[in-house]
Design a protein around this ligand. Structure first.
Ligand code: PMP
Length: 405
C-alpha cells in the first residue's frame, strides 16, 4: 500500500499509482513470474508466430470479459488499445461492405489516451488544444454526463440523467447514423463521472438500433475497480469492443488490450483474402513475454485473493468515508463508485488548480498520495486496502482541506 519517498517517508498510495496497482506494490508473485519469463524467453514477435504465454494471457483475460468478448488483441498501453479498437471498428464495417461508416462519436470531458485516435475522440479540451484542426475528421462529441445542478453529492450512481443518452440520437440525426462506425465512452471516467442509472443501457439500445459498434474504454475500470471484473459486468451492459490496460498486470509492465466480440472478429476474419493478414495492425511488443507473464501472475493473484469481491465489500465504507467530507471547506461535489471517489473543489478566482495542488502537497507531507487535476482530487487505492487506511486517507484530506485557504 506504500511508496517510500527519497527521504525515507512512507507514503500511503491512495491512487494505486495511476489506477494500475490493484494488488498493491511489489508483489512477489508477479515479480518472480516476470523474472522467470524474462530469463526463459526475452522476446518473440507475435506477428508471424506466437508463444505460449501470449495465448495463456489472452485466455485468462478473455475469461474475465463479458459474454462473447473473447477475442483479445494485445497492445502496450491504453492509448494503443483505444486506437486499435477504433481501427477494428472501421475494419469490421468495411468487411461488411459498409465502407461509408467512417465516423466516430465520443463524449465531452472523456479521456481516451494520447494517440491520434484517442485524442480525436477524447473530449478534454486542453488535451486537444495544441492539435486543433489536425485531429481526425468525422468525429463528433456527445455532451458530458457531468451535472452538478442535479447530481451533486450523489452517492454511487445518480438516479437523474438516463435521458442524457438521447443526446446521441440527436447527434446521429445531424450526422446520419449510417456513416458512424462506433461510439466510444468510458463507463466511469477518471474524473469520477458516474453514469446515471439507465444511461449506458440507452446508449447500448441506440447504437444497436443503428448498427453502430459500442466501445467501452475500461482502461481504469477493468479488473476490479468497481467490484467486478469489468464496468460492463457492474453496469450489466455489454459493448462490442472493450479496451483495458493499467491493472491488467498491476502496472508492472506496459500492457494493454482490446477485447472484441466474437462476431466482430469473425466478420473481419471471414473477409480477409487467402494469404493475407486478417488485420494489418500490430505492435513489435504486442503480447511481450514479460508483460504476458506479469498478466498471468496478476490475474491469478486477483483471483486467489478475491480482490474484486474485496473491492465490492469495501465500497460502502469507502463511500461513507468520502462523503463524510461533505461539510469540509472548499468542497463543491463528492462522487464515488466501487473503490474510487473524487472531490471537486471550489476554484480560487484566477487560480484554477492552485487549491488542489496545495491539497496534494499537504497530503503528501502527511504521508498520503492522492491524485489531482484542475480543482479535482481523486482516490482509487489498491484493492488490498484496509478500513483503517481508508479512514487515514479521508482524515488526512479533511485536515488538509481545513488548513488550506
Ligand atoms: N483511456 C482511459 C479511460 C484512461 O484513463 C487512460 C489513461 N489514464 C487511457 C485511455 C490511456 O492509457 P495509457 O496512458 O496507458 O496510454
Amino acid at each position: 500500500m506504500y511508496y517510500r519517498s527519497s527521504d525515507g517517508q512512507q507514503i500511503l498510495d491512495a491512487c494505486a499509482g495511476l489506477w494500475c496497482v490493484a494488488a498493491g506494490h511489489c508483489r512477489e508473485e508477479i515479480t518472480s513470474a516476470v523474472s522467470a519469463a524474462m530469463s526463459k524467453l526475452d522476446y518473440a514477435p507475435t506477428t508471424q508466430f506466437a508463444h505460449p504465454l501470449a495465448f495463456e494471457a489472452a485466455a485468462k483475460v478473455a475469461k474475465l470479459m463479458p459474454e462473447g468478448l473473447d477475442r483479445i488483441f494485445f497492445t502496450n498501453s491504453g492509448s494503443e488499445a483505444v486506437d486499435t479498437a477504433l481501427k477494428i471498428a472501421l475494419a469490421y464495417h468495411q468487411a461488411r461492405g459498409e465502407n461509408q461508416r467512417i465516423g466516430f462519436i465520443g463524449r465531452e470531458r472523456s479521456y481516451h489516451g494520447s494517440g491520434f485516435g484517442g485524442t480525436s475522440v477524447g473530449g478534454v479540451s486542453v488535451n486537444r488544444k495544441a492539435f486543433a484542426g489536425a485531429l481526425l475528421p468525422h468525429v463528433h462529441h456527445m455532451p458530458s454526463i457531468h451535472n452538478l445542478e442535479h447530481n451533486a453529492f450523489s452517492r454511487g450512481q445518480p438516479t437523474w440523467g438516463a435521458h442524457l443518452a438521447d443526446d446521441l440520437e440527436k447527434l446521429l440525426a445531424l450526422h446520419d447514423p449510417s456513416t458512424i462506425a462506433a461510439v466510444i465512452v468510458d463507463p466511469m471516467a477518471g474524473n469520477v463521472f458516474i453514469p446515471p442509472q439507465g444511461y449506458l443501457q440507452r446508449l447500448r439500445e441506440i447504437t444497436a438500433k443503428h448498427g453502430i459498434l459500442l466501445i467501452f474504454d475500461e482502461v481504469i475500470t477493468a479488473f476490479g475497480r468497481l467490484g467486478k471484473a469489468t464496468a460492463s459486468a457492474f453496469f450489466d451492459v455489454t459493448p462490442d469492443l472493450l479496451t483495458m490496460a493499467k491493472a491488467i498486470n498491476n502496472g508492472t509492465v506496459p500492457m494493454g488490450a482490446v477485447a472484441a466480440h466474437r462476431r466482430v472478429y469473425d466478420t473481419i476474419i471471414a473477409n480477409s483474402a487467402p494469404g493475407e493478414a486478417d488485420l494489418y495492425h500490430g505492435y513489435t511488443y504486442s503480447a511481450h513475454p514479460t508483460a504476458a507473464a506479469a498478466t498471468i501472475a496478476t490475474l491469478d493473484l486477483y483471483q486467489k485473493e478475491g480482490l474484486f469481491e474485496r473491492a465490492a465489500s469495501l465500497a460502502p465504507a469507502f463511500e461513507r468515508a468520502a462523503h463524510a467530507l461533505r461539510d469540509a471547506p472548499h468542497v463543491k461535489d463528492i462522487r464515488n463508485l466501487g473503490l474510487c471517489a473524487g472531490i471537486e473543489l471550489e476554484s480560487r478566482p484566477n487560480g484554477i488548480g492552485e487549491r488542489s495542488q496545495e491539497i496534494f502537497d499537504g497530503c503528501f507531507e502527511a504521508g498520503v498520495l492522492i491524485r489531482h487535476a484542475g480543482d479535482f482530487v481523486a482516490f482509487a487505492p489498491p484493492l488490498i486496502i484496509e478500513e483503517a487506511q481508508i479512514e487515514q486517507i479521508f482524515d488526512t484530506v479533511r485536515k488538509v482541506l481545513m488548513s488550506v485557504k
